[in-house]
Design a binder for this molecule. Sequence first.
Ligand code: CTP
Length: 394
Amino acid sequence: MWEKQHFLIGVTGGIAAYKTVDLISRLKKKGADVTVIMTRNAKEFVSPLTFQTISQNRVYTELFEEDWDVRHISLAKKGNVLAVVPATANFINKAAHGLADDLLSTVFLAFKGKKILVPSMNVNMFDNPITCKSLNMLKKLGCYIIEPEEGFLACGDVGKGRLPETETIIEEFEYVISKKDLMGKKILVTAGPTIEPIDPVRYITNRSSGKMGYAVARAARNRGADVILISGPTHIPPPCRVKLIRVETAQQMFERVVEHFHEVDIVIKAAAVCDFKPKSTRGDKIKKTDVDFKLVLVQNKDILYELGRMKQKQILVGFAAETRELFKNARQKLVKKNLDMVIANDVSRADTGFASDYNKINIIYNTGEIEGLEKNTKENLANLILDRVVEHYC
Ligand code: CTP
């Protein structure tokens, strides 16, 4: 996805311009092509040579230079996304009124692709009704605005105006550049492990990191779906624009999934639900002197099996984590749980599966067809899974 993108990054004169260097480095690592256009004031903060080195492309700063082409028009035709990072109050107010008095503002006016603004400035400048009105006007005209964050500002004030973290900006860019083939669909994703308490300090759980489920939730959100993510405990930052419901036990996950099941079109159950829980949970910590203590386990509800029984219009996608007889076991789960698709993965491999950023999966369809996918990042596999759901069932 990133390889096909050509970003024009406009840099205006704000202290956050130094953070744009990191952003461009991340875009390049993802495979995007980047061309930087700087305003004169931006050059006060970061040298064009820095951006030239990091983008591996010529940096443009002047409207009038000895050159054979009409620069603002040729640059405007070059990229498919124009993002101004940081966008100062001056640039935003100028852009809202169509003023074009330097290279970046003329390119902004001539550009016909997707436009993104990432404002960063003093809180009072951001809250000023003129800036608010300009941002609203630009939003209505189709510009995508990535809101600044609250916190300590370079001027010493505290408030809204900080440039968001690079990770957040990348996530928003990803949303803007993704195809929107799941627009209008509501998708419920479960992720992570569940934990089943033994006493106030101990619990039973499994090795799931939640990475696969979170990747599916983010990919579905990027493609326009309305996403509900029901997650067991993980260390993954919450994805933006996804309704995140945190749970701990299998019973809590069951209740929240059933609560939302009727309103969704697709369910992707990537969670590694604990099959067993302690028969009873002790209110006090079990002491080591309690030598007669025996841990008695009972089965949890199989959430996916229950959904398979309740299913009406919903597409049900399950995962099958196996260490042996991958296809036989996965196929049995597909039939028993009344699934449309099952993602079978061999969790005994050290290089894929739990905790890894990679996975190697096979997709088994309800027609009996099996499709093996190459080892890939969980992000790419999430998109491939969604491609198959769209192709086969939507
Ligand atoms: N699943 C579930 N509720 C459970 C157990 C599993 O909803 N109590 C779901 C998982 O989210 C996954 C699928 O069922 O999508 C298969 O999970 P897996 O752990 O591979 O298999 P189990 O059905 O638990 O069977 P087993 O552990 O015996 O392999």
